[in-house]
Write a protein that binds this ligand. Structure first.
Ligand code: URA
Length: 434
């Protein structure tokens, strides 16, 4: 077998065989296929696409390019959720302990933020001492004791995706449905799950803003889950406005703690209830989605979810006192108001700019190795769809001695629109139940 013949097959619109795909990915991981050869194949997949059968085999070959996690020792069912991400999306942080408090284990492998979006791991690291680089052994220990573990992708887990994702990022080959679906699903399915809930975002802050492309991605990922025998459901949810009010790492942890106490913004709570409830339903712990939502609500309102989170923080080396005293989280030196320059109804014309506004303060990365400041960010005081008057405070800017403040304000001005009435998209546009 050689790389050129595999590339030629796809270049000419053919279907790759299982053998070709396994050989190619294995050789690429071992360094026997060069980056330029892999880039050529990826470019051909990007333009030619993949048949459903081919994509299932490609995803399985990616998944089997490294080791897989298995939590056979746990008596509970295992479930996770994946979000395509966006601005202020901290759902995983209250959701995982709430689901664990209801008897389903959550071995969560999350990512870091890049560009305009934040990542769950970075948010958790805003808690002093919190370690996300868990060895497999540590992951087993933490999940065994708490029902949750928040870990990072290791070198052994789906190494084909680690290499391919970097290559796609560097070559402008990210936005392809089969490549995105196989990348996400190979990592999630390597966690040894019984069930998976997908949160696919639409709107200007989303990875795939277009509604029909997002819906197609959801359907393709659900089909992949089905082909691997994992129960899965998907929600198509709004990312034309931030989730909750806080955007920024420590600020989002503080908001997650409010949710874990039964409070917090209504949209954040609703996303936690529906996604957590669906995880319970798929695992047979709830009879219907409404029953699942009720159980998750009870876990939040009774303090059970919060106690699980406190235990996870402690098990992962973090300062557990943060949970009852959020003032221990990193705080920016200054907080300035950002006010409305005119009267009208608030909406976001380009939500990505809000992510870039927080990044300008030092709260984001352009390159994966950039160091972020966990304390900075924004807290929205007015929500999309609300009428505001000139001079009303729209959001608070948490900054360090003015660093990036002007750039942040310019980004915010590009992000918002104050005008006539706006029709907000529903929080959940569509649900595909597995
Ligand atoms: N997230 C992933 O993990 N992979 C992609 O290809 C895109 C988003």
């Amino acid at each position: 077998m050689d790389a050129r013949s595999v590339v030629r097959t796809k270049r000419d619109g053919g279907e790759l065989s299982e053998e070709e795909m396994r050989w190619f990915l294995g050789a690429y991981v071992r360094g026997e296929v060069a980056d330029y050869q892999a880039a050529a194949l990826v470019a051909c997949i990007f333009t030619r696409g993949m048949t459903p059968a081919e994509l299932a085999l490609w995803t399985r070959a990616m998944l089997e390019s490294g080791s897989r996690l298995s939590f056979e020792e746990l008596p509970q069912k295992k479930a996770d959720k994946h979000s395509t991400g966006g601005i202020g999306d901290k759902v995983s942080i209250p959701l995982a302990p709430a689901v664990a408090a209801c008897g389903v284990a959550v071995p969560m492998i999350s990512g870091r933020g890049l560009g305009h979006t934040g990542g769950t791991l970075d948010k958790l690291e805003a808690i002093a001492g919190f370690r996300v680089r868990l060895s497999e052994e540590e992951m087993h220990r933490v999940i065994g004791r708490t029902g949750v573990a928040f870990g990072a992708q290791t070198a052994e887990l789906v190494p084909a995706d680690r290499k391919l994702y970097q290559l796609r990022d560097a070559t402008g080959l990210v936005e392809s449905i089969p490549l995105i679906a196989s990348s996400i699903m190979s990592k999630k399915l390597a966690e040894g799950l019984d069930a998976l809930v997908l949160d696919v975002k639409f709107g200007t802050g989303a990875f795939l803003p277009d509604v029909s492309r997002g819906a197609e991605l959801a359907r393709v990922m659900l089909e992949l889950a089905r082909s691997m025998g994992v129960k899965a459901s998907a929600f198509h949810t709004a990312m034309d406005r931030p989730v909750g009010a806080a955007v920024g790492h420590a600020l989002e942890i503080a908001e997650s703690l409010e949710c874990l106490e039964g409070g917090g913004p209504a949209d954040l709570r609703e996303l936690v209830l529906i996604q957590g409830g669906e995880m319970l339903r798929l695992c047979g712990r709830a009879t219907t989605l409404d029953d699942g939502k009720r159980q998750i609500a009870d876990a939040l309102d009774s303090g059970r979810a919060r106690r699980v989170f406190e235990l996870v923080v402690s098990e992962q080396g973090g300062d557990p006192k943060v949970v009852s005293d959020p003032s221990r989280l990193p705080r920016a030196s200054h907080v300035d108001p950002w006010k409305a320059g005119s009267a009208g109804v608030l909406s976001f014309r380009d939500l990505r700019e809000v992510g870039w506004a927080a990044a300008a303060l030092g709260g984001g990365r352009v390159k994966i190795e950039d160091v972020i400041d966990p304390a900075v960010g924004l807290v929205w005081r007015r929500r999309a769809g609300e009428r505001v008057e000139t001079g009303d405070v729209l959001c608070e800017i948490h900054h360090q001695k003015g660093r990036g403040l002007e750039a942040c304000r310019a980004r915010l001005a590009a992000a918002v629109s104050i005008g006539g009435s706006v029709e907000l998209a529903p929080l959940v546009r569509e649900t595909w139940s597995g």
